[in-house]
Design a protein around this ligand. Structure first.
Ligand SMILES: Cc1cc2nc3c(=O)[nH]c(=O)nc-3n(C[C@H](O)[C@H](O)[C@H](O)COP(=O)(O)O)c2cc1C
Length: 152
């Protein structure tokens, strides 16, 4: 079996980013891997908000389980996350800092209510620079139509 050269890595709490990630993987023929925190997030919205806020304020790096694939085997990595307070959740920082991403193309995507991928750009730029990865224009993946247009 030929290995895909693209990988979709995503973090999702309530399933919206998971759905977007699956759509991107299907349209691009990419492999897909979920970024899973060692300590799962609650299903209760208020608890997610409280934990997310605490992690953001303390600049936490929540531990994540090893990915089901080795990102090093791919050239292009789509990295997806829900926007939390106008930026990526801190597990995305964990991912960038604990993966060997040197020389990789990173295409970020986010789901949100109103925020766009541009809001997350400063943090993504900083993380990509530190990882010596190339940050490519990404997308706000709130609809299948937008995803289709981007992939075309
Ligand atoms: C802790 C928290 C913070 C959020 N902050 C924002 C925000 O700043 N901007 C926005 O548009 N949506 C915000 N949202 C909404 C989520 O980005 C949106 O519901 C997202 O699609 C959820 O993705 P998921 O189902 O993959 O977890 C926030 C949600 C949570 C739980």
């Amino acid at each position: 079996m030929m290995m895909a050269t693209n990988l979709v890595v995503y973090f999702s709490v309530s399933g919206t980013t998971k759905h977007a990630a699956e759509t991107i993987a299907k349209l691009t023929g990419a492999d897909i891997a979920e970024l899973t925190p060692v300590e799962p997030y609650s299903r209760e919205y208020d608890e997610v908000v409280a934990r997310g806020q605490q992690e953001k304020d303390s600049k936490a790096r929540p531990a994540v389980e090893p990915l089901s694939v080795n990102p090093n085997a791919y050239q292009t990595i789509y990295v997806g996350f829900p926007t939390w307070w106008g930026q990526p959740p801190m597990v995305i920082q964990t991912f960038f800092e604990t993966s060997a991403l040197k020389g990789k193309r990173i295409i970020p995507f986010t789901t949100s209510v109103t925020s766009t991928i541009a809001d997350s750009w400063p943090m993504l730029q900083q993380l990509s620079q530190s990882a010596q990865a190339t940050l490519e224009p990404g997308l706000t993946a709130n609809s299948t139509t937008t995803i289709r247009q981007f992939i075309q």
